[in-house]
Design a protein around this ligand. Structure first.
Ligand code: G3D
Ligand code: MG
Length: 176
């Protein structure tokens, strides 16, 4: 899955990939797209790739730079998004409160009303990484009642959990 770019898609859905800088967004996007670990540098602007999930459905994934100064531009990428994937560095508890504020900010944009949410607790390969339950509690996900959401742990570095996550995103969009 995920490695083929094809013009034969019957339909592609726009998905935005957001999260703090260094959460692993670009690494995971290229890992699922091409199976390789790319040497990344902080994303200025955005990266975009199209993933073919099955014969009929593709996801066009917009990976938006997450550094503080670029977050002001996030609102421009939210138009026509069918889902939000928010990536958290589960290995860095010191930034989870910042991530929570960021997430809250994006979800409060009127363009995101009803848009389903997938939280990726990335870097689960790191020793001492927060569990899905810990990330979920820290982000207070249970308080989110106005949209469907899921959380999935993953490791972009090891390619763990990515396939399930993107299939779940497609399902969340379909059932929304
Ligand atoms: P960003 O696009 O969210 O800003 P990047 O983040 O994809 O640029 O990744 C930032 C750093 O985190 C990179 O390391 C990258 O290799 C690392 N990283 C990404 N995903 C994982 C993961 O699942 N596990 C671990 N252990 N590291 C990960 P460098 O050293 O290049 O800054
Ligand atoms: Mg990046």
């Amino acid at each position: 899955m995920g490695s083929v770019f094809s013009k034969k898609f019957l339909k592609t859905q726009n998905v935005v990939l957001m999260g703090l800088d260094s959460a692993g967004k670009t690494t995971l996007l290229y890992k699922i797209h091409s199976g390789v670990i790319m040497k990344t540098s902080p994303t200025i602007g955005f990266n975009v790739v199209t993933l073919q999930l099955d014969k009929k459905v593709g996801l066009t994934v917009w990976d938006v730079g997450g550094h503080g100064s670029m977050r002001a531009n996030w609102k421009y990428y939210l138009e026509d998004s069918e889902a939000l994937i928010f990536v958290v560095d589960a290995g860095d508890p010191s930034r989870i409160v910042e991530a929570k504020h960021c997430l809250k900010n994006v979800l409060s944009d009127h363009k995101m009303a009803d848009v389903p949410l997938m939280i990726l607790a990335n870097k689960c390969d790191l020793p001492g990484a927060m569990s899905v339950n810990e990330v979920s509690q820290q982000l207070d996900l249970d308080s989110i009642k106005d949209r469907s959401w899921e959380i999935q742990e993953c490791s972009a570095l090891q390619g763990l959990g990515l396939q399930q996550a993107f299939l779940s995103v497609a399902r969340l969009i379909k059932t929304n």
